[in-house]
Ligand binder design. Structure first.
Ligand code: UN1
Length: 498
């Protein structure tokens, strides 16, 4: 099936509008069945150099193209993505494992981002402001940065790529892009779409390969002026320190330890649905996934019983099958990490109520499947309640009050998403104010951020920048202040004349 959908057995880099073959490759494996889908290049640093060279040249002209015309390319990209939505979704499920309805949702996120960012071609607002002096005009405007580097993860291989590349392109930059080695097909497909949409050569360059080679070469390249990264905390920190030494702008999004708070006045059926979806959707492999449930002690027993009953109904398997609700884990090492945390949770004294094991029976053979897992009676300081697991594992933490719930929510090193289920309007407003995360939901789970709002978080989740929304433009533009003096004489500012 992959062969007929993909029409390639070996992917190529896309540099300066050319498809460039690379000798060394590695297999891309479907996590649902362990079968190889395609070979992906393992590029050397030299590929980054040639990508940057072409990007530099192309960007100079691209920056001169009026932004509304740059945006037209994005409209065409959105249109082609729309036409290919089903095909892209199936390929996404094959390389990433997420169930097909979620894959369609992710591709739709990319389409939405295309049309939304295309609109920015006619906005890209700056500001005019009064000047201090007579007959003087002052304004600030957004300017492209030049060549930008984007490094994207395997868990949202197309949506996150659009969050970064579309604002970069509409703002007049050229992009060097390293997609995750686990999920290169979405990058290959998107590059083809850019090509068909008429994006000039060199404006998007895709270099496949390992982070340690390709990513490092990008981070250390003097002509890449911005790095926008989504991925693990360790990698993000190392990128940040390398960029710091070079005074290079860096935007980081590095995960979460997101909680759903369930108060004693909550609609419990709604809360159960919200927890199920945000904890076990995408097999918990979202930065926004819920991995803690902070529950008022008066409703803990009922909530946990109802959760258990619903968890039993979850179907686990190959996401191409429309009846499946939970797909596989991306790879062996993802699986090993989850298993490690199950042992940690048990040792720490949390009570394992469901799951906690890998699925290996015949209908799961060859894939990486993990049973949806529920711990209860966890305490806030346990490692399973502090560290990102990136799998279908959720821990219930009982609390006595609203104030304690907020404190527990905020008592982790991450700050991406949080949610509260309550019917008390005062708690709603207090919670949205006091929850220390970049995204807050009321009466909904922790996942499902929309592309026209800023995406990112506080503390260890990032470094203050945001993906998507108009806020993404702050990453990919420099502000320029412009003063025009039309008085006809030299007016000196900031001089006191008595
Ligand atoms: C991620 O997990 O890195 O908010 C992105 C959501 C999705 C995006 C998740 N729209 O859950």
């Amino acid at each position: 099936m992959a062969e007929t959908l993909l029409k390639a057995d070996k992917l190529k880099n896309f540099i300066n509008g050319e498809w460039v073959e690379v000798k060394e490759t590695t297999a891309v494996v479907n996590p649902a069945n362990g079968k190889t889908i395609v070979e992906v290049p393992l590029s050397e640093g030299a590929a980054v150099n040639s990508a940057v060279e072409s990007a530099k040249k192309a960007q100079k002209e691209w920056a001169q193209v009026p932004a509304p015309q740059r945006a037209e390319v994005l409209y065409r990209v959105g249109q082609i993505m729309k036409e290919r939505k089903e095909r892209l979704s199936q390929l996404l499920t094959m390389e990433n494992g997420k169930v097909i309805e979620e894959a369609r949702g992710e591709v739709q996120e990319g389409i939405d981002m295309a049309f939304y960012m295309a609109g920015e071609g006619r906005r890209l607002f700056g500001q005019t402001t009064p000047a201090e002096l007579k007959d003087k005009f002052a304004m600030s405007q957004r300017c492209p940065v030049g060549v930008v580097g984007i490094i994207t993860p395997w868990n949202f291989p197309i949506a996150i790529a659009t969050w970064k590349s579309f604002p970069a392109i509409v703002a007049g930059n050229a992009v060097v892009w390293k997609p995750a080695t686990e999920t290169p097909i979405m990058a290959y497909e998107l590059a083809k779409i850019f090509e068909e949409a008429g994006l000039p050569k060199g404006i998007i360059n895709v270099v496949f390969g390992k982070g340690s080679t390709v990513g490092d070469a990008m981070v250390n390249h003097k002509d890449i002026r911005v790095i926008s990264f989504t991925g693990s905390n360790d990698t993000g920190r190392s990128i940040a320190s390398k960029c710091g030494e070079q005074l290079k702008k860096v935007s980081l999004e590095m995960g979460g330890k997101n909680a759903v708070i369930v108060m004693d006045d909550a609609d419990l059926s709604l809360a159960v649905e919200g927890i199920l979806w945000s904890a076990f959707g995408t097999s918990g492999q979202r930065c926004t996934a819920c991995s803690r449930v902070i529950v008022h002690e008066d409703v803990k027993e009922t909530l946990q019983e109802r959760l258990l009953a619903e968890m039993e109904k979850l179907t686990i398997g190959d996401g191409l099958d429309e009846s499946i609700k939970v797909g596989p884990i991306i790879n062996e090492s993802g699986l090993e990490k989850i298993k490690k945390y199950i042992e940690i949770g048990k040792e720490e004294g949390a009570k394992l109520l469901a799951g906690g094991y890998e699925l290996t029976e015949d209908n799961h053979a060859g894939g990486n499947y993990f049973a949806p897992t529920l711990f209860t009676d966890a305490t806030p300081e346990m490692r399973i309640a502090q560290e990102e697991i990136f799998g279908p594992v959720v821990s219930l933490i009982p609390v006595k009050s609203f104030e304690e719930a907020i404190e527990v929510n905020n008592g982790v090193s991450y700050g991406l998403s949080s949610s509260i289920f309550t019917s008390d309007v005062n708690k709603v407003f207090k919670a949205q104010r006091d929850l220390d995360t970049g995204i807050v939901y009321v009466n909904a789970g922790t996942t499902g951020a929309e592309i026209h709002l800023p995406f990112g978080g506080t503390k260890g989740t990032g470094n203050g920048h945001r993906d998507s929304g108009v806020q993404a433009l702050d990453v990919f533009t420099e502000w320029k202040a412009v003063y025009v003096d039309f008085s006809g004489k030299l007016q000196r500012a900031q001089i006191d004349v008595e």
